[in-house]
Write a protein that binds this ligand. Structure first.
Ligand SMILES: Nc1ncnc2c1ncn2[C@@H]1O[C@H](COP(=O)(O)OP(=O)(O)OP(=O)(O)O)[C@@H](O)[C@H]1O
Length: 235
């Protein structure tokens, strides 16, 4: 089953009299339970693609279908409900609340979704068990990023969208996070689909599917018949 389908999708930004075509008539299908990596040079349209798939932005033209729902034309409120129920985000910006402890930041998710994973378990997954009672300003940058990853994992969303999730992390911690992201796609966690935007071509080796984007167009979609073992990835 397709988790995500884009039909003839374009995104045009108008700044003054100038027009920027961030995505140009894109057609794309992504199956459920896949670990997908999107590669491409700066300005290629990768983040725009992620934003449209996650219902954070709307296309200028075309249709976006996620989980069988055609989200094109949804009102702001409906898009917000869709994001809350079905989508998890991991960004370069951590978006954690400074006045809450690590554990409380992850437990926030209990107010949004019906069947979250246990916050402590998610924090153990990302290697932060010993830091759960600290406040964010008592953590390193990489640890703060892992809190936001734990929160996204605890939500256990059908679609997990990640923009440079290992950007601030060393190779060893990055590998740990990639393993967790991969685990999200297993049947045990519900065949979730994980889409990772990255500049790190090494990460593409472990993906089930690699999508290359250039100048707002999909250049190629390749299935990896034998994804590399995550433990062998180093950068
Ligand atoms: N709000 C906006 N207004 C105008 N142009 C925009 C806007 N957002 C993105 N763009 C343009 O759309 C194009 C695609 O941007 P996008 O952020 O999707 O690229 P990207 O592939 O994610 O790049 P990077 O790897 O540098 O993050 C770029 O040329 C960018 O300047």
């Amino acid at each position: 089953m397709n988790k995500v389908s884009l039909r003839n999708v374009s995104k045009v930004y108008n700044v003054g009299e100038k027009e920027y075509r961030a995505l140009d008539h894109v057609d794309l299908d992504i199956e459920e339970g896949k670990l997908v990596v999107i590669l491409g040079p700066s300005g290629a349209g990768k983040s725009t693609l992620l934003n449209l798939i996650g219902g954070m932005d709307v296309p200028t033209e075309g249709e976006v279908i996620v989980n069988g729902e055609n989200i094109t034309g949804y009102s702001e409120n409906k898009l917000s409900d869709f994001r809350a129920e079905s989508v998890g985000f991991i960004f370069q910006f951590y978006n954690i609340l400074p006045s809450l402890t690590v554990k409380e930041n992850v437990e926030l998710i209990n107010e949004i979704v019906k069947n979250p994973l246990d916050a402590t378990e998610a924090l153990e997954d990302v290697g932060l068990l010993e830091h759960i009672n600290k406040f964010p300003n008592q953590l390193s940058g990489g640890e703060q990023q892992r809190v936001s990853i734990a929160r996204a994992i605890a939500k256990n969303p059908a679609l997990l969208l990640c923009d440079e999730p290992t950007g601030a992390l060393d190779s060893q911690t990055g590998v740990m996070i990639l393993k967790i992201l991969k685990k999200q796609t297993t049947r045990e966690r519900g065949n979730n689909t994980v889409i990772i935007v990255t500049h790190n071509a090494l990460i593409a080796d472990i993906a089930d599917v690699v999508i290359r984007v250039k100048n707002g167009k999909i250049k190629s979609v390749e299935e990896n018949a034998n994804p590399a073992n995550i433990d062998e990835v180093q950068w």
